[in-house]
Ligand binder design. Structure first.
Ligand code: SF4
Length: 331
């Protein structure tokens, strides 16, 4: 809103015009500045000389037999990012990317293998949502696509403000979850400046093992992340959860269950178990279904609410980063 007010000042327009422009952009779903019909024709022409609405349609998509759709958007001069639309019984979730590629280098992740290509602007983040063909069906949003959201915190916070403000899309923050590997310098800022849910990628409770899976653990340990979470006052509406990809023979033992319970003791949270979707060049495997169910039950018995995330879109390159890597290679 401050940026829109600055635009009105630049053209000596009354302050309320900023609110009118926000209405057109976020509530009335216009495509072009020329559709802002309560601004004079001359004003619309002046605005259109310097600004655009920033909408751009996906360049391609694939659809899974389970109804999940994966869209590719072009960003940053010929890079590609992935956005997933995941319909379920009573909800429809969009999974957005926050960066093209990623610096974090988690060894099980295809996006990590691409390396880093750039931060998305708040426009490029929100365009995935606004230009999604299923935009009007959406009930939930997760920042779990390509990139590490807290490594692009300024643009991610700006996009969250537009999503959740009364003058913006007016979404409840409890419909939005931001996922992170745990960047210490930015996690506190995220907790203080937004009211959205937080999901922390854990994947192992043991330092050495997590260091091997996720290089971030060398400098930002999960214990330090938990220290911040433990001392933050989560209200009853706001949730913190932990993502745990199960890898066969690596992090799926009773020892892991015991250590997880010890590590998360005293934190009101839930664990989301994720089945591993194979990526090329990786020898990791997902454990047998029975072991996954037993792992969940054991954690529930320890008093940690644990769920297994349904695998979606397995027939359309479900692992994040696969589709965009194929597109980059093609070109
Ligand atoms: S898992 Fe997330 S943080 Fe890690 S490399 Fe992939 S996109 Fe980046």
């Amino acid at each position: 809103m401050n940026e829109l007010i600055a635009v009105t000042k630049r053209f000596s327009l009354p302050g309320f015009v900023a609110k009118q422009i926000a209405d057109w952009l976020y509530k009335k779903e216009i495509q072009t500045i020329d559709e802002m019909t309560n601004l004079s024709k001359r004003m619309r022409e002046i605005l259109a000389n310097d600004y655009e609405t920033g909408l751009s349609n996906p360049v391609s998509y694939s659809e899974s037999s389970d109804g999940t759709r994966k869209y590719l958007y072009r960003v940053l001069e010929n890079k590609f990012i992935e956005t997933a639309f995941i319909p379920d019984d009573d909800r429809a979730t969009i999974c957005v990317s926050s960066q093209s590629g990623c610096k974090m280098g988690c060894i099980f992740c295809m996006t990590g293998k691409q390396g880093f290509q750039g931060n998305l602007s708040s426009n490029e983040i929100l365009n995935q949502f606004r230009s999604l063909p299923e935009f009007r069906q959406l009930t939930n949003m997760v920042y779990m696509g390509m990139g590490e959201p807290l490594d692009n915190i300024t643009e991610v916070l700006k996009s969250l403000e537009i999503l959740t403000s009364d003058w913006g899309y007016g979404w409840s923050p409890t419909r939005i979850t931001v996922s992170t590997v745990g960047i210490l310098t930015n996690i506190r800022e995220f907790l203080e400046k937004s009211r959205c849910h937080l999901a922390i990628s854990l994947h192992s409770p043991f330092d050495e093992e997590r260091r091997m899976l996720m290089p971030i653990q060398r400098t930002n340990t999960v214990r330090e992340v938990l220290d911040i979470v433990r001392h933050f006052d989560f209200n009853s509406q706001r949730r913190v959860s932990f993502e745990y990809i199960l890898f066969e023979g690596l992090n799926d033992s009773p020892r892991h269950i015991r250590e997880l319970a010890r590590l998360l003791n005293g934190i009101k949270c839930r664990i989301n178990i994720i089945r591993f979707h194979p990526v090329p060049g990786s020898s990791f495997r997902s454990p047998a279904e029975k072991l996954i169910l037993d792992f969940r039950e054991a954690l529930n018995r320890k008093g940690i609410l644990t769920t297994i995330r349904a695998s979606r879109g397995v027939d359309i390159q479900a692992a994040c980063g696969l589709l965009s890597t194929l597109e980059l290679n093609k070109r």
